[in-house]
Design a protein around this ligand. Structure first.
Ligand code: SF4
Ligand code: SF4
Length: 440
């Protein structure tokens, strides 16, 4: 209890420091996707900081529906922090304020439910998602649209929210094991989206690592990285999840923890050491963070480009663009690595978008709680993709992967959303097949 109030005091102090640094110049308004979409001052970082300042100056506790609503209007994309001339750290202020609010006044029940669910052990979550997958297939695919049940459940909205499909058997059910035998041993952190919705991305990543000659450990009990709980302000659950990640992955015998999702990579390398800073597990969390490698960074460091085919071959697959995930480009400063890999693919031509780091509007749970604002944000991304006339858009974040898929689904676009690992795997497979044909 004493520890909790000490932490609360520290968070309040940090928040006040940020508020003090903000001179209300308004530069953050120009870069904020939520402000661009809604055009109201509270949507921008400056409006949020001004409101928090007024609240604290009046000696009020951080609670109440109005404050909750304003603070939820943030994707935590980090553009305000990256573009602030005074280094105020507005994104960090929103995170701090959310965690103080959650501790003081409790989370909204919807967020509590989401956070609780994300913090369940994987084995406890899997059956729920299987049931949801069954329900999804029943309602969305197997019942005719004119059936009463479909209409009562507002199937169109459900369809938009639930795309992409839940895909049992889940990734870790099939792949929790040790794969290959090689001089260098790495571990794979799959993340929830790959486990439940995109096993093909996990399989492609595994295929690439195996082909490169690594021994890959895939801890079967691994769960959520905790980014979603953290983003909602639920620090206690985020800390619990962080400890589990450290238990599962802080192994001395591994050289690297490869993470195919940029948001999970951000959380494992930046978020977890921060949450567990004063925890007895802090030193192990920092050790783990030093070994975390986002997939594109790992592939480049390990010379994956040298394995790719050198000639274009007969089957050129069109033009591909890259979508920068906020957590990777702004959060970790990684922009060049994925581009270098894409430019190294002979089966595709790379085309830069006119606004490469436009947000997709996903922002953790932002799309769930603010679907209209999210749709308006993603509309800008859709326009730049249409203008570029590409066949595929690649990203390295599973949140963006979902956001882009939903956006293209709504826009009825033919553009396919791919993960970097899938394209590299396709290219390696193509090379292997060509080698077999030549040999045979
Ligand atoms: S957060 Fe930075 S950019 Fe935004 S109003 Fe404050 S000082 Fe200006
Ligand atoms: S983190 Fe992004 S969405 Fe949130 S206030 Fe800053 S710029 Fe706007």
């Amino acid at each position: 209890m004493k520890q909790d109030s000490l932490e609360m005091e520290r968070s309040l102090e940090k928040l006040k420091e940020i508020l003090h640094r903000c001179v209300k110049c308004g530069r953050c308004r120009a870069v904020c996707p939520v402000f661009t979409a809604l055009g109201s001052e509270p949507a921008a970082a400056r409006g949020k900081l001004a409101l928090l300042e007024a609240w604290l100056r009046a000696g009020r506790r951080l609670r109440g529906r109005r404050l909750q609503e304003v603070l939820s209007l943030c994707l935590l994309c980090g553009r305000c922090t990256a573009n602030c001339p005074n280094g105020a750290g507005a994104k960090e202020a929103v995170e701090l304020a959310r965690s103080i609010m959650a501790a003081q006044g409790g989370l909204a029940w919807t967020k509590t439910l989401l956070s609780c669910f994300s913090s369940l052990h994987r084995e406890a979550r899997d059956p729920w998602l299987k049931a949801a997958g069954f329900f999804q297939r029943l309602v969305m695919r197997e019942l005719p649209m004119e059936r009463g049940l479909v209409l009562r459940l507002s199937a169109t909205e459900l369809g938009e929210l639930w795309a992409p499909k839940i895909k049992p058997p889940f990734f870790l059910e099939r792949h929790a094991q040790k794969l290959g035998k090689g001089p260098i041993r790495v571990a794979l952190f799959a993340g929830c989206t790959i486990h439940y919705l995109a096993p093909e991305v996990g399989q492609a990543t595994l295929g690439v690592l195996d082909r490169m000659g690594f021994e890959v450990l895939i801890p079967g009990g691994q769960g959520c990285c905790g980014l979603m709980a953290m983003g909602m302000g639920d620090k206690p659950r985020a800390a619990r999840l962080a400890r589990k990640v450290v238990e599962d992955f802080a192994m001395e015998e591994i050289e690297a923890v490869v993470v195919p999702c940029a948001s999970c990579a951000f959380q494992l390398s930046r978020g977890i050491p921060q949450i567990l800073n004063d925890d007895p597990m802090g030193p192990r969390a920092r050790l783990l963070a030093a070994k975390v490698k986002e997939l594109s960074v790992f592939l480049l460091e390990q010379q994956a480009l040298s394995l790719l085919p050198k000639n274009q071959g007969a089957s050129h697959r069109g033009t591909v663009a890259y979508h920068d995930p906020c957590h990777l480009a702004l959060g970790m400063g990684i922009r060049e690595e994925p581009r270098k890999i894409l430019k190294g693919l002979r089966s595709r031509s790379f085309r830069e978008l006119d606004s490469p780091d436009e947000c997709c509007g996903m922002g953790g749970t932002f799309r769930v709680f603010h679907p209209d604002a999210a749709a308006s944000i993603s509309w800008r991304r859709l326009q730049s993709l249409r203008k570029a006339k590409v066949n595929e858009v690649v990203t390295g974040c599973m949140g963006c992967w979902m956001g882009l898929k939903e956006m293209l689904h709504r826009g009825s676009e033919e553009i396919r959303v791919r993960h970097l690992g899938e394209l590299v795997w396709e290219e390696l497979e193509k090379e292997k097949r060509a080698g077999t044909q030549q040999g045979g």
